[in-house]
Ligand binder design. Sequence first.
Ligand SMILES: [Fe+2]
Ligand SMILES: [Fe+2]
Length: 193
Amino acid sequence: MLGLKLTTDPRWANIAEGNLSEILTDHAWCEQKAATNAISLIANNSEYPDLVKALTEVAMEELQHFQMVTQLIWERGYTLGRERKDDYVGQLMKFCKKDGSRNASFIERLLFSAMIEARSCERFKLLSTNIKDPQLAKFYYDLMVSEAGHYTLFLNFARKYTVDIDVDKRWQQWLEFESVLIQSYGKKEHIHG
Ligand SMILES: [Fe+2]
Ligand SMILES: [Fe+2]
């Protein structure tokens, strides 16, 4: 799915379902961080009108997702907890090449974003097919579709705006790295936990 080399053990969905208040809080902040990431990509790459337009849409969608998750939290009588540290995303950030040109950093940031969308999408799919609660199953199905669209968008912009990076080759390196990284996760009630 989405080129990912390793799928999450479905038992992770049971861990998540066993602590809905925790997974929903973590999820809400993932959406906020996705919105923030889209906004910083806009701020740093304002010379590309199609990218600015598309990422404005993405930022709004991610914030809408944040709103949907927080509504669910409050409807169910849970509390929106403090932001959770996302160790998985921190490790992906470390994998980003930081010593290249401005264009190289831009492409790397797009691939970083595509990677998070791909794994989030896979996790949402797992939740949508494993969670017994029908409202949440539908909720995660809809989000899975939306995040799959974001994944494609980030990857396509990387292909479009690269100057001298072989995007498909570099993307394969991202997928390889992620397939090793993800083996340390899948045990916690966090979206990337
Ligand atoms: Fe989202
Ligand atoms: Fe997204």
